[in-house]
Design a protein around this ligand. Sequence first.
Ligand code: NAD
Length: 257
Amino acid sequence: MSLAGKTAVVTGSNSGIGLGVAHELARAGADVVINSFTDRPEDHALAAEIAAEHGVNVRYIQADMSDGAACRALIAAAGACDILVNNAGIQHVAAIEEFPIDKWNAILAINLSSAFHTTAAALPLMRAKGWGRVVNVASAHGLTASPYKSAYVAAKHGVVGFSKVTALETAGQGITCNAVCPGYVLTPLVEAQIPDQMKKHGMDRETVIKEVMLERQPSRQFATTAQIGGTVAFLCSAAADQITGTTISVDGGWTAL
Ligand code: NAD
């Protein structure tokens, strides 16, 4: 598969899954725009690193995905957007009656509304070329629920619904839209929680991962950021031309339970 000549915009991609997606799309030959809300020298250095590793063009564009106008400005600044990966996301855990209103609003804005704004800005560019891919990084929590994650679960179910509408409005136009639904993925953030969990439960690394952290993931194995990136790259391939309006779970069997 070659994505040479395509430009991909990946939101929230200076770490974790977004960074893994950026690497896999660059490996497939796409030029990539990586993004976050910060504007540090290391963000631009990261873009240069990915470019050097894969021999493609990579730019870092700062834009805060909690701000609708900034989401639209990101696509305008990218100049081209053949592949749009809506990945930026945050989490907060609290009971509904104690859920801070500002956290609810931020999660809905970053995890759900940002996809509406970037998609609205990107579709005209894709239609002009008669080709496009929108891949929304949802979650197993886009298909199932857990207590204390009301905003996240609501936003991710919203992302799955929004992906279906995007697919219907673009059907037959060379454009597809799908949602990837990861289970637990080994990101630096998750890796950083392992020592605390080991201490809290008095377990070794392997046991705490299998028995506590991956309790709902039947494979008892994390997915990797490269596997999520590879799934996104597959959805951008010609083999996926007729895959649209659906979800692909990468969750070690979580949603089969
Ligand atoms: P992460 O914290 O490593 O990455 C989140 C990214 O979003 C970062 O690059 C961060 O800078 C960016 N971001 C946060 N707020 C932003 C804002 N206002 N504007 C622009 N960028 C912003 O976490 P991750 O685990 O890689 O999560 C990426 C996506 O994958 C999220 O949508 C998350 O819900 C989803 N997801 C993660 C897992 C998991 O197990 N890690 C599982 C399912 C779904």
